[in-house]
Design a protein around this ligand. Sequence first.
Ligand code: AMP
Ligand code: ZN
Length: 169
Amino acid sequence: MNHAEKRLERYGSDSAAILSAAQKRIFNSASVSSEDCVFCKIIRGQLPSNKVYDDKGYVAFLDINPFSRGHTLVCPKAHGETLWDMKEDEIGGLFTAASKVSKGVMHATGAEGFRILQNNGEASNQVVAHVHVHVIPVMMEDKGKPMGRIKVGPEEMASLAEKIKQAIG
Ligand code: AMP
Ligand code: ZN
């Protein structure tokens, strides 16, 4: 079933119904339960990751297909798909963790700026249906350029993660 068919099945063909349903849920054909969620599996230790930060409620690890060296994802440990699935204090905690992580990322990579990106719903390009904040370090030479994925080998990923972890403290 493609995403248009799934949306039709979930909301029917009435566009007003789609809009009012969309106010409660943001459509994503990649919706999964916590059991099948790739980030929950990382959090449960069932899948490997290059972890850089871990506290009671939040975790951060390197993006497997990064936009830049040190591109990190910060997630709540509790499964939820979008910001709308989180309580306001949890959203505050998530962005506080992202800010903390950004300092380690900047320090470890020598970046001169960073982007925060947070996608909600398929239309926004959200492909992993577990809330996450991207922390993407950028250099002055990146200024004005479109973002593109880069290749970073496993050893460099591990060493970047270690440096970021040390820098966060
Ligand atoms: P988004 O488009 O906001 O849903 O971003 C999801 C991000 O998760 C993408 O940048 C992927 O490269 C990244 N990603 C997917 N699977 C993994 C994984 N197993 N470990 C680390 N990052 C991942
Ligand atoms: Zn999850």
